[in-house]
Every structure is written in structure tokens, then in C-alpha cells.
Design a protein around this ligand. Structure first.
Ligand code: AMP
Ligand code: MG
Length: 404
């Protein structure tokens, strides 16, 4: 049997980064910058007012007090967005709004609160300090400044800065493009009636959600019956050059029984580019990995818990690493087990668990068998019980994967 670490390495080695590309801002969030970004524009773009008030020559307001205001004629009104460059004549004021361009010759802004708010003439109650309430061009960003670094994750603030600089897109490591295929003749799409012997298909929506949560794109989702011809035609339909699929994830059909469609499609002996292996873990022992017509395929077992835990252990970190994300792995932390547990000999076991981060303690949540999806749905952690351990007593410290 292959160890979890070994299979993690094999999967990671088969999932590689897409070439860097320019992505529109609205599709860049959460991606990693592939290059430094150098500003071509100044921010602020031009000298502008930081207050609603009056642009003045500061010395024209000397001596102003509430009792003895300075009265100036208001020669212009400058709302934000006015595009003509005005000149302030000495002894006059321009009414100006926050973000509006400063007129040439003005050296200060009197906030409206320090005036009577006049429209034709304004009474100024306090002297203006030269330079005060003026945002200078380039004081935030001077042109030529490297404002963002390669390797940085695109956050909302990064998007805001890029847009402020007038950039329609950013150079990023693109999202991995993933195709998700469920297999099983027993599977029925939710929303349609079940016949005896049928169950609702739950892996594709779950794995597609996990792909997106990992930051990757789902290109298509499909379900195939346990029929090699049908499975192959679904692959051909979606894994096209136009779809630029980086990774195909299948679930089901890789165990030891008959009607194992994925194994049958690729040949059980691995001679068609996909190898089927047993990994020393529970859940998720039967795994497969390879290439189909040049595209990487990871074949997960069908039991829902096995499928999702396998995704967590093998695919999620590999996808995130291929997108250059700084934290490909779930946060791991030690926690004290608040109960005694047993674990299968020779297998690394991942138990659904409830982690109490404040107390630093953890409890398993639900049975270990791989069809108990209900417990996984409400667990906040995976308990990672090492391969060599068969009994764990209460009070033992274990590694826990924080799923929150
Ligand atoms: P398999 O790996 O195909 O032998 O499937 C193992 C178990 O998981 C069987 O009980 C299947 O019915 C179930 N299963 C497989 N695929 C899915 C799926 N997409 N949705 C829900 N259950 C599934
Ligand atoms: Mg099946």
C-alpha cells in the first residue's frame, strides 16, 4: 500500500500551474499575482480638496474669526467631476466639494463648517492654513512605484487599488480548470423521484463545491452510468481542447467489485495511463491517478465521505499549490483528544471531528465509516490519526485539520 504522503506527492506532481495571464479584475479575486504591478498613474491623480468647503488663497483669510469674519465673493462652484482647470483670482473664493480639482492659485481649503455656507459671498470664520485639506497629486502613489508584488493574493483592497490606477485587469496565475464526473447506475439527480435501488447523486455537487472553495473553476459537472462507453463519451464531450481542462476528478467505480466503470475504462493494470493504487488511509483507500489524452485525472472512491476526504487530502492542496496560493494546506494544529478512540492498523485515519479551538480539545464526530455524510456536514475538523496508531487514549495530543 502507498502512504498518504507518497500519494499526495504523486497527485501534486501531476497538477501544474497554468501559464500566467491577464485576468479581468472581476475574475481575479483570490488569485495570486504573477508579476509585480508598477503604477503608471499618480494617486491622487490631481491636487484635490479633502473637504467640502471653499478654495482660497490662505493669506486672504488672515484674521478671520466668528466675530469678524472675512467675506469673499464666491467666483466659481467646483463639484467633484468638473473637468475644466480653473484659476482662483486673489480676493475671491471657489466653493469646492471633496474630491474636486483645486483651482490654480488656491493654497488652502476652508471647510464649510467654518463658514456661513454662502453661495454668492461667503463669510469665513477661521483662517485657512496653507496646504491644509488639500490632497496632493501622487502623495499616495507616485508614478513608477511598485505598488503590488508578485505572489500577493488579490484581495478586495488589491482590486480597489488596481481599479483606482485604471487597470482593467491583473497578471495572475489562473484558476485551475476542473471537470467533475460522478459514476454509478444507481444515481439519480436530486429533484426527480427515486425508483427502488436508486439513490440521489451527491458527489458531483459536493466535489464541485470543494473545487470552488479551493479557488479553482469547475468547467463542467456530469454523471455517467456504470457503462464504459457512456463514461468515455462523457469524458470526450467535456475534456475538449476548447475547455482547457487541467484536471478531471471522477468519483466511484474504482473499488474491487464488478461494474467498476472507471477502472474498466482505463484498464485495471494501469497500461492506459491511469494507475489504480491502494493508499494506507481510511476513508479513501482506493485511489487512481494518471493522464487521459494529456489531461490529469484523479479517480476518487464513490462513498461520499471517502470522496470528500480524499479531495481534502490529495487534491485541494495540489490545486492550491498550482495556483501559487501561499497556504495550500488547511491549518493543522495540535489538540487534546477528549475521548478514547481506536484506529485501523496500518492506515492513517481521518475522523470527522469537532475542534474546540479555545479549549484546544477535539472530539470525534460520528462513526468512521465512509457513508456517514451527515457528520461530515457538521464537523469543523478532521482528526489525523497516524498510520501506526491503533488505540488513542483520552488526553492524547493529535494533529487536527481545521476545516473552518
Ligand atoms: P463505488 O465507489 O462506485 O463502489 O461507490 C461506493 C458507494 O458510494 C456506493 O454505495 C455508491 O452508491 C455510493 N456513491 C458512489 N457515487 C456516488 C455519488 N455520486 N453520489 C452518492 N453516492 C455515491
Ligand atoms: Mg459505483
Amino acid at each position: 500500500m502507498r502512504s498518504v504522503e507518497e500519494h499526495q506527492r504523486v497527485v501534486a506532481a501531476m497538477i501544474s500551474a497554468r501559464p500566467a495571464a491577464a485576468a479581468p479584475l472581476d475574475q481575479s479575486q483570490g488569485l495570486v499575482l504573477a508579476e509585480d504591478v508598477v503604477a503608471e498613474l499618480a494617486l491622487p491623480v490631481f491636487d484635490n480638496s479633502a473637504m467640502d468647503g471653499y478654495a482660497v488663497r490662505a493669506e486672504d483669510t488672515d484674521g478671520a474669526t466668528p466675530e469678524r469674519p472675512v467675506i469673499l465673493p464666491v467666483a466659481e462652484d467646483i463639484p467633484a467631476g468638473r473637468t475644466d482647470q480653473l484659476t482662483l483670482q486673489p480676493g475671491t473664493a471657489h466653493r469646492i466639494m471633496t474630491g474636486a480639482p483645486m483651482p490654480t492659485g488656491a493654497t488652502g481649503v476652508v471647510p464649510v463648517e467654518n463658514t456661513d455656507g454662502g453661495v454668492d459671498n461667503v463669510a469665513i470664520y477661521a483662517r485657512s492654513e496653507p496646504g491644509k485639506h488639500i490632497r496632493r497629486a501622487g502623495e499616495d502613489v507616485a508614478p513608477g512605484t511598485t505598488v503590488l508584488r508578485r505572489g500577493q493574493v488579490v484581495t478586495p483592497a488589491v482590486l480597489g487599488l488596481a481599479a483606482a490606477l485604471g487597470l482593467p485587469g491583473l497578471p495572475v496565475i489562473p484558476r485551475q480548470r476542473v471537470l467533475v464526473i460522478s459514476t454509478g447506475t444507481e444515481l439519480v439527480t436530486p429533484g426527480t423521484p427515486l425508483q427502488p435501488g436508486q439513490i440521489y447523486e451527491s458527489n458531483s455537487i459536493m466535489l464541485a463545491g470543494a473545487v470552488r472553495e479551493a479557488g479553482a473553476d469547475v468547467i463542467a459537472v456530469a454523471t455517467a452510468e456504470d457503462d464504459v462507453a457512456q463514461f468515455s463519451s462523457i469524458l470526450d464531450k467535456h475534456a475538449t481542447p476548447e475547455n482547457e481542462v487541467d484536471l478531471i476528478i471522477t468519483s466511484g467505480g474504482v473499488s474491487a467489485g464488478a461494474y467498476e466503470v472507471v477502472k474498466d475504462a482505463f484498464g485495471r493494470d494501469g497500461d492506459q495511463g491511469v494507475e489504480f493504487v491502494k493508499v494506507a488511509m481510511q476513508p479513501g483507500m482506493p485511489q487512481g491517478i494518471g493522464r487521459v489524452a494529456g489531461t490529469t485525472i484523479v479517480t476518487l472512491p464513490g462513498n461520499p465521505v471517502s470522496a470528500l476526504v480524499s479531495f481534502e487530502v490529495f487534491i485541494r492542496p495540489a490545486l492550491r499549490a498550482a495556483m501559487g496560493l501561499p497556504d495550500p494546506h488547511r491549518p493543522h494544529r495540535p489538540a487534546v483528544l477528549a475521548e478514547a478512540l481506536t484506529s485501523p492498523r496500518g492506515k492513517r485515519q481521518f475522523r470527522r471531528a469537532i475542534l474546540d479551538t479555545d479549549a484546544g480539545s477535539v472530539l470525534s464526530y460520528g462513526p468512521p465509516a465512509s457513508h456517514h455524510l451527515r457528520w461530515l456536514a457538521s464537523a469543523n475538523a478532521l482528526l489525523d490519526i497516524p498510520e501506526g496508531v491503533v488505540e488513542v487514549s483520552a488526553g492524547t495530543e493529535l494533529q487536527v485539520w481545521d476545516l473552518t
